[in-house]
Design a protein around this ligand. Structure first.
Ligand code: OKS
Ligand code: ZN
Length: 343
């Protein structure tokens, strides 16, 4: 399978985030993508190609134009204020405050367009975001043109980003943009299977009222785990979308036995939906040694995930999401892909 990768992700570096009472170096490191890239070469998965340049017209169908227009302005505005380091929100419009105003002040606008302090901006952040979007669409195009599968080595990731907000290291929702791309280009139904450790709240929110994109999420129970405020079992879709959103919240400590049971159940529901194409939001932060996660999957489990997805027998686009045990992330992410290839 071909991989789409851009070195432009590297400019998104040294950003800080707020975590457990401290401003800390971001866990979402450039080395994540580099370890995966190097592992692809090591196992000879297939060619690694550069992304084409796409405009944001597909993205604007799933995320608000004012939000997308805001993203490239953040760091220039931060510098105009005489600031350096990481541009980060610190005030958010929760219950009892105005969710409908975008304050003139950059700090207020950053709060308006985000739900946490996990989305810092540095000089190269917008260029990395745009390259990640282009990586996803270039890989989607390969699948549309008949490749049975492709791998979008996206960084930054996307699944926490919603129709008009960022959060959890995610700005543009790469998987959602790819799903919309397939719909615009003839697919009747698309399934997004999100196997990242964290609930893909952004993807759920974007497609919640739609019956043409099925969203299946397997993740840490939000009662215990980030993003806390979405991802519960009873969230099954709204209106036309009722029944097309499926959540599998699993408790801390879940291992392959429990996790694979959810995957198999999810795959049954996916097959019943009958999509023309499958998008896998591929996080490998389910790994037992992941520094911010609490599942217990082992390196040997990742090829089994790939094999189960292969057995669905549909054109498949893999989109990289999370995974932070950087020394292992390459082996585990590429393990899913080689398992899919039957290697
Ligand atoms: C706030 C962010 C904390 C956890 C973000 C989880 C990102 C992830 N500082 N999503 O799949 O891996
Ligand atoms: Zn994650």
């Amino acid at each position: 399978m071909k991989t789409v990768f851009s070195p432009r992700h590297r400019g998104h570096a040294n950003q800080l985030e707020l975590m457990a009472g401290a401003i800390v170096p971001g866990f979402e490191l450039p080395s994540r993508a580099e370890f995966i890239h190097d592992r692809i070469l090591e196992v000879g998965l297939g060619d690694i190609v550069a992304p084409k340049d796409f405009d944001l017209s597909i993205a604007e169908r799933v995320q608000a134009k004012d939000f997308l227009d805001f993203l490239p302005t953040v760091y220039p505005r931060w510098k105009e204020l005489g600031r350096e380091g990481t541009a980060l929100a610190y005030t958010w419009p929760t219950r009892g405050l105005r969710g409908d105003v975008v304050p003139e002040c950059l700090d207020g606008a950053l709060g308006h367009y985000s739900f946490d302090a996990g989305c810092g901006f540095v000089e190269g952040t917008w260029d990395a975001i745009k390259s990640s979007h282009d990586v996803a669409l270039t890989a989607a195009e390969l699948v549309k043109e008949g490749a049975g599968s492709a791998y979008a080595l996206c960084r930054p990731p996307g699944h926490h980003a919603g129709s008009n907000f960022m959060g959890g290291y995610c700005y543009i929702n790469n998987a959602a943009v790819a799903a919309e791309y397939f719909r615009v280009n003839g697919a009747k139904r698309v399934s997004i299977l999100d196997v990242d450790y964290h609930h893909g709240n952004g993807t759920q929110e974007i497609f919640y009222s739609r019956s043409d994109v099925q969203v299946i999420n397997i993740h840490g129970d939000p009662n215990q785990e980030y993003p806390y405020f979405l991802g519960y079992k009873e969230e099954t879709g709204a209106g036309e979308g009722e029944g097309f959103n499926i959540n599998y919240p699993l408790r801390w400590g879940t291992d392959w036995a429990g996790w694979s049971q959810a995957l198999k159940d999810g795959i049954q529901k996916l097959e019943a939906f009958g999509p023309d194409v499958v998008i896998v939001s591929l996080g490998v932060d389910t790994f037992e040694k992941d520094p911010i996660s609490q599942f217990k999957l082992k390196t040997e489990d990742y090829p089994k995930i790939g094999a189960l997805i292969k057995a669905i027998g549909k054109p498949t686009l893999f989109v990289q999401e999370g995974g932070y045990a950087v020394a292992d992330i390459g082996v585990n992410a590429v393990g899913v892909l080689t398992g899919f290839e039957g290697a």
